[in-house]
Design a protein around this ligand. Structure first.
Ligand code: PLZ
Length: 447
């Protein structure tokens, strides 16, 4: 396909999925593990500029970014060039065998970009889950304690320890136990579902009281939290919740780990979501948006915590792979040069009024929330907070059929989430929102 032939707007030439996608899906079912699902079995041929081009010649609007990964765009030219250049020089040495400078440079960038002016160190890994596990290993080692505190609705991954940290049974945990011990779950601040008037400070006090009474601060290796929950349903805690939790952690000398795997790297309109409330975590876990689609993750934080671990205690064959590091360097450069945190805030400014307008017309929309380019609608039975996962699925499917990729989330499966690439052209985003509005009129009835 020559670049001039690539459509720059949504275009549907077959049903979604089209015949080639359906044929590929049939082959897939005979070769790929059935446990690996796909939201929409449209097979992609190329992608960029907020669009996914499929094998049938359709062009879909991407409001998912591969679950908050391709923030700088898909196959961003700067990332593609950096990867091409690196891949011809060397693809791998293993940093634990013979190191290379790009790993060090990514760690220097992380120290520079993450909140706090304290001395920092970083270690690089391959996935969010792997990095979360390592953050827990580090705090356990440094504190000599074992208990890890996590929150209702949390998502931290699918490995054994991170399954234990994750709240939701289906599909993540069901029949995959036994799970790792010493994980304790406490209530989050969930403004839509909390009793009216429960401030962030009071919601934090509720969680802290449970930690004090049921675990004891002296036994806690870490409090682990997503500053805005991702898979749990884009839950933004009430203002004051995170700062109060951070204050207690500092006072009781309990390390606070921010899981910014989904919220990090400009997604919420700041480099990191913690910054919105000036929270400085002791460790911060990043992945997804960091490397423009290449697998890379990191743990960054206080030098004294991270360097407590003995030499050789952290690592992995591929962690900080040179191709992924080159991609991260290019990604960070694009984010800085094009100020993608501002771009995320512009996306919020563009989308929120339209989403609120929809909510005013469709009482099935019980809440509109999120920050930056991480926005969600929570669907309920009108006049209640009873979740409506069936309608949520129907809305998502109707968007897909019209060539707009949206994702769902939430403990109750009733949250429709938008995670557009931060470089999405405004016209493409507008068309995506137009389709969403059309779908509500059709699926949720004319209002
Ligand atoms: N922490 C906050 O959002 C990954 C999961 C998709 P990995 N979220 C998408 C799925 O169904 O597997 C995530 C996250 C937060 C950790 C992770 C885990 O990151 O790179 O998927 O391991």
């Amino acid at each position: 396909m020559s670049s001039s032939a690539i459509p720059t707007a949504r275009k549907l030439v077959t049903d979604i999925p089209g015949p080639r996608s359906l044929a590929a899906q049939r082959r897939r079912l005979d070769a790929v593990a059935g446990g690996v699902g796909s939201v929409l079995p449209v097979f992609v041929r190329e992608a960029g500029a907020g669009l996914l081009h499929d094998v049938d010649g359709n062009c879909l609007i991407d409001l998912g970014s591969g679950i908050a990964v391709t923030s700088v765009g898909n196959a961003a030219p700067e990332v593609a060039a950096a990867v091409r250049e690196q891949v011809t020089r060397f693809t791998h040495t293993c940093f634990m065998v013979t190191p290379y400078e790009s790993y060090v440079e990514v760690c220097e960038e992380l120290a520079d970009l993450t909140p706090g002016t304290h001395a920092k160190r970083s270690a690089l890994f391959n996935s969010g889950a792997e990095a979360v596990e390592n953050a827990v290993k580090i705090t356990r080692h440094a504190t000599g304690r074992q208990a890890v505190v996590v929150f209702d609705h949390a998502y931290h991954g699918r490995t054994n320890l991170t399954m234990a940290l994750t709240a939701k049974n289906m599909p993540y945990k069901h029949r995959f136990g036994p799970f790792a011990p010493e994980v304790y779950r406490v209530p989050l601040s969930y403004p839509m579902r909390d009793p009216a008037g429960l401030t962030g400070e009071l919601a934090a006090a509720r969680a802290i009281d449970q930690i004090d009474k049921q675990i004891g601060a002296d036994n806690v290796a870490a409090v682990l939290i997503e500053p805005i929950q991702g898979e749990g349903g884009f839950i933004v805690p009430a203002p004051g919740f995170l700062p109060e939790l951070a204050r207690w952690c500092t006072e009781r000398r309990v390390p606070l780990i921010a899981d910014e795997v989904q919220t990090g790297f400009c997604r919420t309109g700041a480099w990191f979501a913690c910054e919105h409330e000036k929270v400085v975590p002791d460790l911060i876990v990043t992945a997804k948006g960091i490397a423009g689609g290449l697998p890379l993750a990191a743990v960054t934080g206080r030098a004294e915590l991270i360097d407590a671990v003995h030499v050789g205690g952290l690592g992995g064959t591929y962690g900080g792979n040179p191709v992924a590091c080159a991609a991260a360097q290019a990604t960070i450069r694009v984010m800085r040069d094009r100020d993608l945190a501002s771009a995320a805030r512009r996306i919020e400014g563009h989308c929120l009024p339209r989403l609120r307008e929809l909510a005013s017309r469709f009482p099935v929309i019980g809440d509109v929330r999120g920050r930056g380019a991480m926005l969600a609608l929570e669907l309920v039975r009108p006049g209640t907070v009873e979740p409506d996962p069936e309608l949520t699925g129907a809305v998502a499917r109707a968007c897909h059929a019209r060539g707009v990729v949206v994702l769902t989330a939430g403990t109750y499966g009733n949250v429709l989430r938008l995670l557009p690439p931060l470089v999405i052209p405004e016209g493409v985003l507008t068309e995506g929102l137009d389709v969403l509005a059309e779908v509500f009129t059709e699926v949720a009835g004319p209002r």
